[in-house]
Design a binder for this molecule. Sequence first.
Ligand code: SAM
Ligand code: SF4
Ligand code: FES
Length: 350
Amino acid sequence: TDTRNIPALINKAETTHDLTKAEIVTLLTDTHYQAELFAAADRVRQKYVGDEVHLRGLIEFSNICKQNCLYCGLRRDNKQVRRYRLEPDVIIDFAVKAQSYGYRTVVLQSGEDECFDVDKMVYIIKKIKDLDMAITLSVGEKSREVYRQYREAGADRYLLRIETTDKELYERLDPGMSWDNRVRCLNDLKELGYELGTGCMVGIPGQTIESLADDVLFFKKIDADMIGIGPFIPNPDTPLAGESGGTFELSTKVMAMTRLLLPDINIPATTAMESLNPQGRVLALQRGANVVMPNVTEGEYRQMYLLYPGKICINDTPAHCRSCITGKIQSIGRRVSETHGYRARRAQQS
Ligand code: SAM
Ligand code: SF4
Ligand code: FES
C-alpha cells in the first residue's frame, strides 16, 4: 500500500477527530506508522482527559447466563462451568470493601441471570448509592422500563458492548439475539441519562478491517461516553474453540483510533488486553486508555467467571490487585484519580 499519506492522515485524526471510513481502514491496515498512531492517541488522551487514571472496582456477581453467545465461556450450553450467584448482601459487602481500597465506582457485571429481578437489583443499587459510589451496570439486555427503574434507583452508567456492528455476524455469533434490539438497548440507555458504555471485540471470526472501521464510526454516531475494546480470545469450551483470536496490536490500534475520533471519552485498558500481553494495560494506557477496572470479586468466584483462558488476576486478592495496578500506573508517570471519573466532556478544539 501507498504509505506516503499515513502521517498526514494521523495528523488529520489528531487535529479534527474526524476521518472517513476509508481513511480509518487505511490507518488500521498500515503497519509502518503504528508507533506514530499510538503517540498521537496518547497526546489526545493527555490533552482531553489528562494524566489521571480512573479505577473502577469490578464485581462479577453471577456467572449464570440464559444467552448462548458462541465466543463466551459463560454461555448456557457450557457445562464445564461451576455456576454461582452472589447474595445481594455479599455484593454490597464487596462494594464496601471496594470503597475501602479507594475505588469510587463499582462495576456490577454478570451473565443474563433472571434471578436478579428488578427488586433485587434496585435493593443492591440503592445500598451501594448510600456509600456515595458511582455505579456502572453490565448485566445485558433489558427492557426500557427495567433500565428506567435501575436508573431511578441510582445507577449512573451502563456497559453493553455492541460486540460488532456487522449485524449478520453478530446474529451468527449470538444465536437467538437481535442486533437491532442491542441498538435499541443502547438508545434507551442514552435517553435515560446513563453514561453509555459500549465497545467491540477485535478478531472475532469473520470480522474485517472494514467492519472494525464501522465499529469506530458507530461509537461516534451513538455518542458513547465509554468504549471498551478487547481482543477476542478463543475459549476451548465453546464452539469457537478452534478459531484464532484477535491480536494485542490490532486491538490497541482500534482503541487508539477510538481515542483519536472520540477524544474526551473514558477508555479502559481492558483485562483481555493484559491477558494477551503481560504489559498490556500499561501499554494500552500509553495508546489512548485512561481507565482500569481492577477485579474486587473475592475468593473462588474469580476462577469461575472465566470468559476465556488466561484471564489475569484469577488467583489474586482485591488488595493485591489494588497495589499491583497502582504501581503500574505510577511507573509510567500517571496518577490514580480520586474523583468519581465521569466523562470529562469538553469542547472539541483542534
Ligand atoms: N452478559 C453481559 C453482556 O454480554 O453484555 C455482560 C458480561 S459479558 C461476559 C462481558 C463481555 O465479555 C462481552 O461484552 C464480550 O465482549 C466479552 N467476552 C465474552 N467472551 C469473550 C472472549 N472469548 N474473548 C474476549 N472477550 C469476551
Ligand atoms: Fe452471557 Fe454476556 Fe457471555 Fe453472552 S457475553 S453468554 S450474554 S455473559
Ligand atoms: Fe490483579 Fe495485577 S491487577 S494482579
